[in-house]
Design a protein around this ligand. Structure first.
Ligand SMILES: [Zn+2]
Length: 91
């Protein structure tokens, strides 16, 4: 059974695929490119059931031993899941 992080990663990937398909139907190449760019980043940062990926650097220190939480997946999640007014405020 997938962990919470793996599940979130899968949901984000599916959401990006939906965005790319919807943009493709609108014939807007730039939106398709942006969605596929995010999807490619997400695929390079596949996380395990603890939210760790192999790309993001390992955080040293005994208190975080073994921690390698992905820094990309939470950002992608933020921009896909938050209300647009919050996303604009972050920009
Ligand atoms: Zn990562």
């Amino acid at each position: 059974m997938s962990g919470v992080y793996e599940l979130r990663h899968r949901v984000l990937r599916e959401r990006l695929e939906e965005v790319a398909m919807a943009a493709g139907q609108a014939h807007d190449e730039e939106y398709v490119r942006l969605a596929l760019c995010c999807l490619a980043l997400l695929e390079r940062h596949k996380v395990d059931d603890k939210g760790r990926c192999r790309r993001c650097p390992h955080v040293a220190g005994w208190w975080r031993l073994g921690s390698r939480r992905c820094s990309v997946v939470p950002v992608v999640g933020f921009y896909l899941e938050q209300p647009s007014r919050m996303v604009t405020a972050q920009g």
